[in-house]
Design a protein around this ligand. Sequence first.
Ligand code: S3P
Length: 166
Amino acid sequence: MNIVLIGFMGSGKTTIGMKLSEEKDMAFVDTDILIQRKLSLSVENIFNYYGQRFFRLVEKEVIVEISKLENCVISVGGGAFIDKRNIEILKGIGIVIFLNGRINTIMRNIRGDKRPLLKGENLSNIIEFYESRLPFYKKADLEICIDGLTPDKIVIEIMNNVKLLV
Ligand code: S3P
């Protein structure tokens, strides 16, 4: 069984995923890292050179590829769990956990960030963007609130909740 972490940019999916994988002695996989490796380009440059549409195609390919994995913690880019097929695949390969937090928490985490979709956006646009994705994220099996918690505490929270599900 895999543990799949989803959520908006800045919700800590990669940091938490790495810690969780160590704690549970599972391999760690990050879809953005796989995409970057595939194209030998940073996410930022994939967006710059080829645009978002192309990025989403490669992201879909990577999600098909990871569907063969077992016993991994998988951190998924914030825009992946929007596509119907991606949702089906990810829900089919493990427990999907939505890391959610107040917009203040997310804004703190993305301060000075290079993520292409946040470049030059003001707070109200980011809130609108987050809200547009919320109905998709809510399709997760489990939602964990990250507000006021250290990464270690979030990992404990995830482990306690996963125990109840399996
Ligand atoms: C994106 C989130 C990013 C990355 C890309 C697009 C999104 O991943 O996949 O910049 O659409 O929300 P993180 O959520 O890990 O920042």
